[in-house]
Write a protein that binds this ligand. Structure first.
Ligand SMILES: C[S@@+](CC[C@H](N)C(=O)[O-])C[C@H]1O[C@@H](n2cnc3c(N)ncnc32)[C@H](O)[C@@H]1O
Length: 149
């Protein structure tokens, strides 16, 4: 335990803030993307997209892949519950938007579309990007394809 605390203090002492980062690539990424405080108009669209899902009380039959949900037990799920429990958070969606805006990726592969919160945020970052997103549950995939339209 003592060693762990000492390691943490050393890490904290050395890490400080973005000004102690020497690589220009990492410095620019942190200061111009991670810490970018601009209130982008896309943030409003990200909020609207998620809000529409959070108010959608329709149900959907889901195929659980992998470990499945530890919270949602039934396979018949309400869209709003999926959005609330498994959906990308607003802050993460905003970060994905900024990352796409900053790097201007041309080709993007996303694994696990779900309701498309992250996909939507990514597409706002670079509307010209070729985004491939993979969802294993056929019903969720169908629902989200309709939502994208
Ligand atoms: C946590 S959710 C992803 C959240 C989503 N990216 C968002 O923005 O809200 C994970 C999704 O990955 C899908 N998934 C999990 N394992 C998969 C697999 N092996 N193949 C395809 N899709 C999978 C699930 O069906 C689920 O919809």
């Amino acid at each position: 335990m003592r060693k762990l605390i000492l390691t943490y203090i050393k890490f904290w002492w050395k890490s400080k803030n973005q000004y102690s980062v020497h690589s220009p690539f990492v410095y620019n990424l942190i200061s111009k993307c991670f810490y970018d405080k601009t209130n982008y108009s896309a943030y409003k669209q990200i909020k609207i997209y998620k809000k529409a899902l959070l108010t959608n009380k329709n149900t959907i039959e889901v195929t659980d892949l992998g470990a499945g949900s530890q919270i949602l037990k039934s396979n018949t799920r309400v869209i709003s519950h999926i959005a609330k429990i498994a959906g990308t958070t607003a802050n993460r969606a905003k970060l994905l938007f900024r990352l796409t805006l900053y790097f201007q990726f041309n080709a993007i592969l996303e694994l696990g579309t779900s309701l498309g919160i992250a996909t939507h945020a990514i597409s706002l970052g670079n509307p010209e990007a070729n985004i491939t997103t993979i969802e294993g549950c056929p019903n969720i995939s169908e629902f989200t394809q309709e939502t994208f339209k």
